[in-house]
Design a protein around this ligand. Structure first.
Ligand code: PLP
Length: 382
């Protein structure tokens, strides 16, 4: 059932994607395990046909994510964030120009480089926080797509989405925003001028580190149809259970984000004052280079922070080894707090410092997180 899109996002996460309300109806959508549907000899175009094209198991989730991002069209669910990103990259015309943050999620950059090589696309990597430099990179570009990730993973640079979207539109470009880090609860890129939003649903939306899924949101009917056609043909679809689990995760998104954002800012503030810390970065800290922009553009600062301890990469590795409550591992956005030295991943850009730890703050008690982290930090200095 389409929820009232005028609801606040905190209510939409609970209300969107419910089955039609009538006595005896379930409050949650069913999981339908069927690869095909009874066919009509003269199809009307409205009925379900085959489960690679559309299923009643995706629709509630797609309606919820579309509504959360403020789109008139429902989202399109994909089998992973990267499947969603690959579909979005297909919007860059052959021989066109793709301008992309040099610190985009590393596999997004790997995928972009592959598109560039195979399809004659000019890929221009930019510092997305430098609005003047990005605008310059857009000048003179043909068949332009501007990719925005804000805050970036893992450097947490903040892009001026409204200014960059306006600059790209002046040059007839399309703007695609990866909103995985902020979530629609903290940032709504379509309202800031983006044309397409991509998500790794794996992260905050699903929220429990038990699902890999992605989604694309496009408000414009033509872009939506192009993305749907891409999914129909390439078939990077999620299973019915994953879609159901992701929607169940979304029900508590507002509560989880409220807690984890508060804890992230609290921990970042305490870390900044610690003598064993060389640098801590979080958009909510006044010391963040784009703090004012983040405060104006976002309604929350996100739940990821980065930490560079004194003692370099060896100290960073030691912290990730020594923690007991924080989980050493990749990914983010789950209820459990995760910590990772990013450069252990071979495809991470070399401009990400070797000693940089990315911390995804979960929903545990902040004092337990602090005790564990500060004990590991102090152990790393011995
Ligand atoms: C910002 C961002 N976008 C996209 C992805 C890719 O998503 P998935 O792992 O679901 O394919 C990730 C994964 O870490 C990410 O952090």
């Amino acid at each position: 059932m389409a929820a009232d899109n005028n609801l606040r996002t905190d209510s939409l996460v609970v209300a969107a994607g419910r089955p039609p309300r009538r006595p005896g109806a379930p409050v949650n959508p069913p999981v339908v395990m069927s690869s095909t549907y009874v066919g009509a000899d003269w199809p009307s175009g409205d009925e379900l046909v085959y489960a690679r094209y559309d299923t009643e198991s995706w629709r509630p989730l797609e309606e919820a994510i579309g509504a959360l991002e403020g789109s008139a069209e429902r989202a399109l669910a994909f089998g992973s964030g990267m499947a969603a990103i690959s579909a979005a990259l297909s919007l860059v015309p052959n021989g066109g120009t793709l301008v992309m943050p040099r610190h985009s999620y590393n596999t997004s950059l790997v995928a972009a480089k592959e598109h560039a090589r195979l399809r004659g696309i000019a890929l221009v990597e930019v510092d997305i926080a430098d609005t003047a430099a990005v605008t310059e990179a857009l000048d003179g570009a043909d068949d332009l797509v501007l990719w925005v990730e804000s805050p970036t993973n893992p450097m947490l640079e903040v892009a001026d989405i409204a200014a960059l979207a306006a600059a790209a539109h002046e040059r007839e470009g399309i703007v695609i925003a990866d909103n995985t880090f902020a979530t629609p609860l903290a940032q709504r890129p379509l309202a800031l001028g983006a044309d397409v939003v991509v998500h790794s649903v794996t992260k905050y939306l699903a929220g429990h580190s038990d699902v890999v899924m992605g989604a694309v949101v496009a408000d414009d009917g033509e872009l939506w149809a192009a993305l749907k056609a891409q999914r129909d043909v390439h078939g990077a679809i999620p299973g019915p259970w994953e879609a159901w689990l992701a929607l169940r995760g979304i029900r508590t998104l507002a509560l989880r984000i409220e807690r984890s954002q508060r804890s992230a800012l609290d921990l970042a503030t305490r870390l900044e004052a610690h003598p064993a810390v060389a640098e801590v970065r979080h958009p909510g800290l006044a010391s963040h280079p784009q703090h004012e922009l983040a405060a104006a553009q976002m309604t929350g600062f996100g739940s990821v922070l980065t930490l560079r301890p004194r003692g370099g990469a060896a100290a960073a590795s030691e912290i990730a080894r020594a923690v007991r409550l924080w989980v050493p591992g990749t990914s983010l956005g789950g209820v459990e707090s995760l910590i990772e030295r990013r450069r252990r991943i071979p495809s991470e850009p070399v401009t990400v410092p070797e000693d940089l730890l990315r911390l995804s703050v979960g929903v545990e008690h902040v004092e337990d997180l602090a005790d564990d982290l500060f004990a590991a930090l102090e152990a790393s200095q011995r």
